[in-house]
Design a binder for this molecule. Structure first.
Ligand code: HEM
Length: 398
């Protein structure tokens, strides 16, 4: 489909200056299947994104450079084809099952409360680093059985893996997997596995359970174990950090919403959903077409790169009235695709929602004023698919 007039050369995957919502609105109306200057097919309508996410035999996630083939044991959960994916998913789901979340909520509340106390005592600070980053990293470590006090390591390593900027790395020599991409992170996880294998009485945690798990009748190899644990540590961290950052930024810049939540705290869950929709932390999902296909009459040849435009789909005017307004009274607040859809829909959604809800509940209950300097300009984190503030130099008082 040709570019709409005035949008020639527009690249929806270039998010360095933030998500280009005005141009995405035009794509939805005039070129809902749009070929970017880099040759990627960008789908902007919610219906197409959802259908694409469900069609796992047609569109497959692929996080590698074109032409790079990874051995199956180094595939990330999102990349594993069915039916094996379904089996691995059961293992992942068990890490974040509802009964485990119920047990972790008091730990989350205490941690968040302490971090708010500290920020209040300091009158504010750089809230992405001081208040937000420790929350998802410590909680995912608690859930998996990694030492929570090492949260700062996860945070740094996750950033390095996701940003692809591990110092001195040389992927061609070390291979594509985590062992090649980030040997320090890989060694840390290998040590967790080795300790449990060597112990007569290993702790009753997720990593121990994983060692005994069979997928299709066979135990997971050490490389598979490492890849899965690392992926969970990373995915439980990055995206949730952006959600929490977006929530705090909105609270600081929208005193009307802050006041509304203070008088009606039962609306906090809707506030979290609306943030996931409007400021979706994962703005795009990349896929490879596994066969020749077609969307809205546009031919997509096998091997093409396809982008599911989550940020666009979540503001699709065919689905939402007044899509660019932040509203606490949406009819179906959870109807967005911020967590993807189909068989790969995010298994950590309930955990992420809980972390968002607890942070906002405690902030509106305990903080009298939360503000950002007038000169504050949001700078987005510089990973193209991620959408969260890089920093929040806020003032806070009780
Ligand atoms: C606000 C926070 C989060 C957002 C916005 C988010 C978003 C997403 C999205 C959009 C997908 C689909 C990926 C695809 O189809 O290619 C996904 C998958 C996934 N997420 Fe999350 N996520 C969040 C938090 C978490 C947490 C806390 C965990 C930790 C358990 C987690 C673990 C995963 C895993 C393992 C997958 C792969 C699932 C599969 O392929 O079957 N996520 N997430």
């Amino acid at each position: 489909m040709h570019a709409p007039e005035g949008l020639e050369g527009f690249d929806p995957l270039d998010t360095r200056d933030g998500i280009p919502h005005d141009a995405l609105t035009r794509l939805r109306a005039e070129a809902p299947v749009y070929r970017t200057p880099g040759g990627v097919f960008y789908l902007s309508l919610q219906e197409d994104v959802l259908a694409g996410a469900k069609a796992v035999d047609v569109f497959r996630a692929n996080f590698r450079e074109p032409g790079v083939v990874v051995p199956p044991e180094e595939m990330l959960v999102s990349e594993i084809p069915e039916p094996r994916h379904g089996q691995v998913r059961k293992v992942v789901n068990s890490a974040v099952a509802a009964h485990r979340l119920g047990r972790i909520e008091p730990v989350l509340r205490e941690l968040t409360s302490e971090l708010i106390d500290r920020a209040l005592a300091a009158g504010g600070g750089e809230l992405v680093a001081d208040l937000i980053t420790p929350i998802p990293t410590s909680i995912i470590a608690h859930l998996l059985g990694a030492p929570p006090e090492d949260w700062a390591l996860w945070a740094r390593w996750s950033d390095e893996v996701v940003g692809g900027d591990y110092p001195t790395q040389n992927r061609t020599e070390r291979g594509e997997g985590l062992g090649g991409g980030h040997p320090e992170f890989a060694a840390y996880i290998d040590a967790m596995i080795d300790e449990r294998r060597a112990s007569d009485d290993p702790p009753p945690d997720f990593v121990t359970r994983l060692l005994q798990t069979r997928v299709e009748g066979v135990e997971l190899s050490d490389v598979e174990l490492r890849t899965l644990i690392a992926f969970l540590l990373i995915s439980g961290n990055e995206t949730t950090r952006h959600l929490l950052g977006n929530l705090v930024q909105t609270l600081a810049q929208r005193p009307d919403l802050f006041a509304a939540l203070r008088s009606r705290p039962e609306r906090v869950a809707n506030f979290v959903e609306e943030s996931l929709r409007m400021d979706t932390p994962v703005s795009v999902l990349m896929r490879e077409a596994m066969q020749d296909t077609e969307v809205r009459g546009v031919a997509i040849p096998r091997g093409s790169q396809v982008a599911f435009g989550i940020a666009s789909a979540n503001r699709d005017e065919r689905v939402y009235d007044d899509p660019h307004s932040f509203r606490l009274d949406r009819h179906q607040p959870k109807g967005h695709v911020g967590f993807g859809g189909g068989p790969h829909v995010c298994p950590g959604a309930a955990l992420a929602r809980m972390e968002g809800r607890v942070l906002v509940e405690l902030l509106v209950a305990r903080v009298e004023s939360l503000s950002l300097p007038e000169s504050y300009q949001r700078e987005k984190v510089d990973v193209f698919w991620a959408n969260g503030p890089r920093s929040l130099p806020a003032q806070l008082s009780a």
